[in-house]
Write a new protein. Structure first.
Lengths: 117, 494
């Protein structure tokens, strides 16, 4: 029962760990950024799950509904999504310039090229 | 006008940042940034005075009261940190022009000042706000602009350092976001004071414990507490010199403020100390930071990198002060926060002058520097003495308070270890003094005449150095304010 009722939180944990593992284990910078995105997305899902009220309708005033979901976490996460996009854009811009000056986007290559000079 | 001071503090640089883009001339944007920073400094001085005489200020944004709207709440602690951040920023920007011109080239200067203002407003926002989600937003504003500022360094290593910092910083900020989500789930509020009221009712739940752990780790990543400090030396050593001076003196201080705010105000010191063995954790990690940071600093040949490791060590002292967790310990932390901002800003500004003239800041560049750049080297020597904690300098006052706090709480060994840590810092500062004054200039190089840094850098640097000396003798301002702040936070006498 516990597992099925809270399945969205299990998805959150799964995604979070997948993302974190990708950031740590992958040597390719683009893959690291993808991992970071998966990690952040898991938190978005977490916030949206928190706002859901069982049986609640969308938070728009109407005669038919008596219970509403909490809209505040959705608003918060809208801000966090914008932050996530900004982070991704900046990270990709950095990778572009790293590729121009190092000629590679592999962590290992960059480290060896840095230690050579 | 006076009632709107709390928001004015944040909104001024935030609005100034995009306006700065329209000023195409680089000198104009520098003057504009200096003006904004100075205005923020005046506002924070007024705020500090107001808070000291009348107590905390509550300010509701847009007239919406606390549970619905966002509240800014300025107490002695915020006012003190705001005062430090704006003061140091004004000195750093005053010195910035020549250094930025030579390190960034003509085309990127306006962008640099825009990013700087954004970072500045982000840091001020973190400190001023009383809403935990607002903290996250401002944290990301300051972090994102910091990554871009670091990437502006001359070397290609700057790009790699910025990327590493971006990955770690984003993980840290997202951890804080998860923690805030848990807190909201358990209490239904984001206001810090409401959280502090409602948390004791649910503090036995594992969700609150998880929130505490996530927030703690997230902040410690930003703070560069040992062993989460790995991003800091790379970022500091490859960023433009002015950015290093600004970040070393403000960014870690703001993260430290967040740590104090969350552990003491939001979660409450009793919960924080009982939920995790925080006291021994902070003292042990702080001491490890002091010794590892100082020991690694001794072996660095790049002096910017050396002082970056020294920053890791100095953060260790501040964490130890929180770990002692008495009024005196917290006061020592807040004092060191102020003094460390003064000395590191002075040191990195002097290094900016050196990079401008010598083209680098390796240890070899220091040979014979006492003769070539007597004023710059003099500033490094005095600020270095303050870093070590010599009497009559500001560094001595905070170390003295820290040792007294340790002895008061019965941690004799801790007091001895703090003194030992200071001796290590004496070793790495001495390497510079030795190279600059005692070794002759490099014979293989052609004879170099006197080549002092420009006055634009020297005057702010010496301003900070004199502040180091002044606050080493006349301590009434920092001691009264920090005493009031730590007593207020830990619920002692006002």
């Amino acid at each position: 029962m516990l597992l099925s009722a809270l399945y969205n939180y299990w998805v959150v944990v799964l995604l979070m760990m997948t993302g974190l593992y990708m950031v740590i284990a992958q040597g390719n910078l683009i893959k690291k950024i993808i991992g970071l995105n998966v990690f952040q997305t898991s938190v978005f899902i977490f916030y949206i799950s928190v706002g859901k009220v069982t049986g609640g309708s969308a938070p728009i005033l109407s005669q038919l509904a008596t219970v509403y979901s909490n809209p505040l976490p959705h608003v918060l996460i809208l801000t966090a999504i914008v932050v996530g996009i900004a982070t991704t854009a900046l990270a990709l811009a950095l990778v572009l310039r790293i590729r121009q000056s190092y000629g590679s986007v592999e962590e290992q290559d960059i480290l060896t090229r840095d230690s050579q000079c | 006008m006076l009632t709107h001071l709390p928001i004015l503090q944040v909104i001024l640089p935030l609005v100034a940042a995009p306006s700065c883009l329209f000023l195409q001339k680089s000198r104009l944007s520098w003057a504009f940034t200096l003006l904004v920073s100075l205005a923020a400094f005046v506002v924070s001085a007024l705020l500090l005075q107001q808070v000291m005489s009348e107590g905390s200020i509550r300010y509701s944004l847009g007239g919406w009261d606390a549970p619905w709207g966002i509240e800014y709440r300025i107490d002695v602690l915020n006012a003190w940190v705001l005062f430090i951040v704006t003061g140091v920023s004004t000195a750093v920007i005053a010195a910035a022009r020549a250094s930025v011109e030579s390190e960034l080239g003509a085309s990127r200067q306006t962008i640099f000042y825009t990013l700087y203002l954004l970072c500045f407003s982000g840091l001020l926002g973190i400190v001023a706000t009383g809403d935990v989600f607002n903290v996250f937003v401002f944290l990301e504003i300051s972090s994102l602009s910091t990554y871009a500022l670091i990437a502006m360094g001359r070397d290609r290593r700057a790009l790699w350092s910025a990327f590493q910092y971006l990955v770690l910083g984003t993980i840290g900020a997202t951890f804080i976001l998860i923690g805030i989500g848990f807190l909201y789930m358990m209490t239904g509020t984001l206001n810090m004071l409401d959280l502090a009221e409602r948390l004791p009712a649910v503090e036995s739940s594992t969700a609150v414990l998880a929130a505490f752990a996530f927030i703690l780790v997230g902040i410690c990543l930003k703070l560069a507490l040992f062993p989460l400090h790995l991003w800091l030396p790379n970022a500091y050593s490859s960023a433009p010199s002015i950015v290093t001076a600004f970040l070393a003196a403000t960014a870690t201080k703001v993260a430290l403020y967040l740590l104090v705010r969350f552990t003491v105000t939001v979660f409450g010191i009793d919960f924080s100390l009982s939920a995790l063995p925080l006291q021994s954790l902070f003292i042990l990690l702080g001491l490890a930071g002091v010794f590892v940071g100082s020991a690694v600093a001794i072996y660095q040949s790049n002096i910017k990198r050396m002082f970056a490791y020294s920053s890791v060590a100095q953060i260790g002292y501040m964490i130890v002060g929180i770990g002692i967790s008495t009024v005196a310990g917290l006061q020592a932390t807040l004092l060191h926060l102020f003094n460390h901002a003064l000395m590191k800003a002075a040191l990195f500004l002097a290094l900016a002058g050196l990079v401008l003239r010598a083209g680098g800041c390796a240890l070899e560049d220091f040979r014979g520097l006492g003769r070539r750049m007597p004023w710059t080297m003099g500033a490094i020597a005095v600020a270095g003495a303050s870093l070590v904690g010599m009497p009559l300098t500001a560094g001595f006052i905070s170390k003295w308070h820290l040792i007294a706090a340790a002895i008061d709480s019965g941690f004799w060994i801790l007091a001895l270890l703090i003194v030992a840590g200071s001796l290590l810092s004496a070793v790495y500062v001495w390497r510079l003094i030795d190279a600059a004054y005692l070794q002759g200039p490099d014979k293989s190089l052609p004879e170099q005449g006197r080549n002092e840094a420009p006055l634009g850098i020297l005057i702010p640097t010496w301003g900070l150095v004199l502040a180091n000396l002044y606050f080493g003798v006349e301590t009434s301002l920092p001691v009264t304010v920090t005493q009031a702040a730590s007593a207020y936070l830990l619920g002692g006498a006002p």
